[in-house]
Structure formats: structure tokens, C-alpha cells
Design a protein around this ligand. Structure first.
Ligand SMILES: [Zn+2]
Length: 288
């Protein structure tokens, strides 16, 4: 999955005392794109180091996380005011970063995570209560309003990924979205205010494919910065009628699949793909 970068680890402990130096990688994000050096032949990407960005003031940089011994900073200023070697660095759309096998993998994971933080910093420039300009809190990852004291923490949207299984026939429900991502997926959806994750599982399965489920069992979770999510994967068993009634507003395909029929996603980044792969290799028995 995207977060599997062993032996490296993401260290997201908030420490405002960590200062950028010339060699610090800087994430410059603007309009869904990252400033990167992309080597199309080797598939390698690189972030600019601070020394390669002219016009990036220290006050425009915020420490976001460390990976290995590299400390990543997010540039919060106006990207149009930066000077850099344009023969080496250019803005690369995030959709390209996520859809190719770029290396090193931990830089791709850094992009997913930096995207989540960049979007949060972008939408919290001003206080939602009084409209004043927020500042960064000194002790924790938060935005605070100097006028009214309103504090805003990073927003993480909980969502579930659901492998609906039929023990009797050893099949799994696969779906395809009507628009956007074109590959096989599983039933999925956001948790609504006031419900448990297990209730989200039941509601989403009923809404998307019209099935009742039982024996809901947790599998694994995944941070998914591109939608500001944390995803929780569950398997569950269909109960009663197994006939699928697809929500054709959201989906264009929803069918029961035998393990050998499952076609995986091209990128092995997602929890969804890992869950489909588990069923493809081990069938129902792999999910219990
Ligand atoms: Zn305020």
C-alpha cells in the first residue's frame, strides 16, 4: 500500500522548532500540482531543496513531516513568486504522480501526505468564526485565530472500504464508479455524522448494491491524503437475498466475482487493491 515504505517511516510528530536548511526538500503545491524534477526515463521524482528555490522566505515554510533523515517543509507562500531552474523543475499534476510507478516510493507517499496537509492549510487561512487571518499554533498542528481564539485541527474524513463476501459461492462484490477512477473497486463511502464505522458499512452496502450484510470484520486501515481520508477496510458476509441492486447514479458496474475472475488495479497503492488481491489469492478463507 502507499504507506508501506519499509525500512523508512513517516515521522509526523509536530515540532515547530525544526528549521529548514539548504538541503531540506520543499513541497511546493499549487492547483493540484507539485513542483518536481521528473525523470521520465528512470521514473524518479525529486523535490526541490530549499537552496534551489529563490524567494522562499523562512516565514513561508512549515515543517510537515520527516521520512528517514529528510525533513519535509511545505511552502505556504505564493508559488508564482519563486525562482528556480525551469529546465529541471516543473509543476506536475498529482494525478500523474499517483498513476505511474514513480520512484522512490516514499516520495510518492510524501506527495499523498503533503497534499492532504497542503489542502488543509489552504482552506484554513481565515477563521471561520470571525474572518480574521489565522496563524499557526506554536505547540501543535493547528491553526488558531489571534482575534477570537478559534482553533482548527487538521481535518481527516473517515471512510470505509468494504469487501462484501458470499461464503457459500466464494465470491466477492466488485464495483466500478460511473465517473473518474476506471478500474475495479470495492463498495466504499464516507462515514456520516452520528454513525459508527460498522453502521457506515451496512448503509453503504445497502445504498450501493442493495445487499444486507452481517459478520462485519475489520481488516486494515490506510491514510489516503488525496481525499483527506483515513480509510478503514472491512470484510462482511451477505445475508439473505444475494441479488445485487446497483445504484446506477454512482456505479456503472457491480457484480459478484470468483477469485479467478478478479482483475486487480494497475497500481498496488490502495487498501482496496490489497483486499481484492487477498480474495483473489485466498478466496473467502483469506478474509476470516
Ligand atoms: Zn476568529
Amino acid at each position: 500500500m502507499i504507506q508501506d515504505i519499509n525500512p523508512l517511516q513517516l515521522n509526523n510528530h509536530y515540532d515547530p522548532n525544526i528549521k529548514a536548511d539548504d538541503d531540506s526538500p520543499v513541497v511546493v503545491y499549487s492547483e493540484k500540482s507539485f513542483l518536481l524534477a521528473v525523470n521520465e526515463e528512470t521514473g524518479e521524482i525529486a523535490y526541490p531543496h530549499l537552496s534551489e528555490l529563490e524567494g522562499a522566505a523562512e516565514s513561508d515554510l512549515v515543517y510537515i513531516f520527516g521520512i528517514g533523515d529528510e525533513m519535509f517543509f511545505l511552502f505556504l507562500g505564493n508559488a508564482a513568486g519563486l525562482s528556480y531552474d525551469r529546465s529541471r523543475f516543473s509543476f506536475t499534476d498529482f494525478s500523474k504522480v499517483r498513476s505511474k510507478f514513480f520512484l522512490p516510493k516514499h516520495y510518492v507517499y510524501a506527495a499523498f501526505t503533503a497534499l492532504h496537509l497542503a489542502e488543509w492549510y489552504d482552506v484554513t487561512r481565515f477563521c471561520g468564526k470571525c474572518g480574521s487571518e489565522n496563524v499557526n499554533d506554536k505547540a501543535e498542528r493547528a491553526r488558531v485565530c489571534p482575534k477570537c481564539g478559534n482553533k482548527i485541527y487538521p481535518r481527516i474524513n473517515p471512510a470505509v472500504i468494504i469487501g462484501v463476501t458470499d461464503k457459500e459461492s466464494n465470491r466477492l462484490v466488485l464495483t466500478k464508479y460511473r465517473t473518474g477512477f476506471g478500474h475495479n473497486a470495492l463498495v466504499a463511502g464516507f462515514t456520516e455524522i452520528g454513525e459508527t464505522l460498522e453502521e457506515t458499512v451496512k448503509r453503504e452496502v445497502m445504498e450501493e448494491v442493495g445487499l444486507k450484510v452481517t459478520n462485519i470484520r475489520y481488516y486494515k486501515s490506510q491514510p489516503w491524503g488525496m481525499a483527506s481520508d483515513v480509510l478503514a477496510g472491512f470484510f462482511c458476509d451477505v445475508t439473505g437475498d444475494t441479488e445485487i441492486k446497483m445504484d446506477d447514479q454512482e456505479l456503472k458496474y457491480a457484480e459478484w466475482n470468483l477469485p479467478e475472475e478478479i482483475v486487480l488495479q494497475p497500481m498496488d497503492y490502495s487498501l482496496t487493491n490489497e483486499m481484492m488481491k487477498l480474495f483473489k489469492e485466498h478466496g473467502y478463507g483469506g478474509t476470516v
